[in-house]
Design a protein around this ligand. Structure first.
Ligand code: NAP
Length: 275
């Protein structure tokens, strides 16, 4: 297993399993099977309403707790300090874990002072409920603010990164602050499978366009958390460490970005605040 390493010390497996919209028995069986196939990183959130099933999958896999990196996220309506602490504990109860490896603020919430939220997140870490803490969907300005205000160092910013979206600025900001970039929607919700350039590059390597897409990210030291509800896709989505893209291929994929390339247009505050 290959890792991305944050300046504060977190070793985050470069390949993880996304679980958004995976529910019930499907969720449990996919998590279990992913772990059996060698995935060592599972991404969930209180908002996904599947932490219980993720916990079931972890147990059913038989993989030792310390060998799996588990991330969950606090929903912004729980960012006041007492709510945040309660939400973190409730996630652990649902997962049936004593601590998660990474606890994230799911989206910025301008209604609660960031210093208070980060103070509560740091407290949860110091109490041993999370090994590492971080943020998600933070733009450059918010990340600058968060790294300045946080009493404990932040390990990552989880953001949308995929070839059709130019995220150069925020990725550079994460690196400047020593944060690992975790790419969500890394295959652009399946669009990567249909892209002619990714298909063509894949043919040269005997790989699928989705594998080329994920390889392009991990080759930049960006963690990927693709999601699938299909057993047969789990293995191929993970087979991205046995080939290397050339510099020319990396640049070619980088040129696929276009202004309407973002797939997640949601914003908790109602105001998109990407730039
Ligand atoms: N922090 C945040 O705000 C945030 C936001 C969005 C997502 N996330 C996290 O990131 C994870 C991944 O993002 P995502 O779920 O939005 O999108 P994604 O992983 O880019 O794409 C998932 C979609 O791609 C399809 N797919 C998977 N493998 C495929 C393959 N080999 N060929 C063709 N299609 C394939 C899946 O369909 P099938 O199920 O049919 O295979 C599914 O519809 C989420 O599950 C979640 O854990 C976090």
């Amino acid at each position: 297993m290959e890792f991305a390493v944050a300046a504060e010390g977190a070793r985050i497996p470069l390949l993880g399993l996304g679980t958004y919209e995976l529910r019930g028995r499907t969720c449990t069986r996919i998590v279990e099977q992913a772990l059996r196939l060698g995935y060592r990183h599972i991404d969930t959130a209180e908002m996904y309403d599947n932490e219980h099933e993720v916990g079931d999958g972890l147990r059913a896999s038989g993989v030792k707790r310390d060998d799996v990196f588990v991330t969950t996220k606090i929903w912004p309506s729980h960012f006041s300090p007492p709510s945040l602490e309660r939400a973190a504990k409730e996630s652990l109860v649902r997962l049936r874990l004593s601590e998660v490896d990474l606890l994230l603020l799911h989206w910025p919430n301008p209604q609660v002072p960031l210093a208070e939220t980060l103070g509560a997140l740091a407290k949860v870490k110091r109490e041993g409920l999370a090994r590492h803490i971080g943020v998600s969907n933070f733009n450059v300005a918010l990340l600058d603010e968060a790294t300045r205000l946080s009493p404990e160092p932040l390990a990552c910013n989880q953001i949308e990164v995929q070839p059709f979206l130019d995220q150069t600025k925020i990725v550079s900001a994460c690196r400047r602050h020593g944060l690992v970039v975790v790419a969500y929607s890394p295959i652009a919700r399946g669009q990567a499978a249909r892209d002619p350039v990714l298909i063509e590059i894949g043919k040269a390597h005997g790989k699928s366009p989705v594998q080329v897409c994920l390889r392009w990210l991990v080759q930049q030291d960006i963690v990927v958390i693709p999601r699938t509800a299909k057993m047969e896709r789990l293995e191929s989505n993970g087979a991205i460490f046995d080939f290397t893209l050339t510099d020319a291929e990396m640049e070619r994929v980088g040129r696929l970005a276009h202004p309407r390339g973002r797939v997640v247009n949601y914003s908790y505050s109602g105001t998109p605040q990407w730039d």
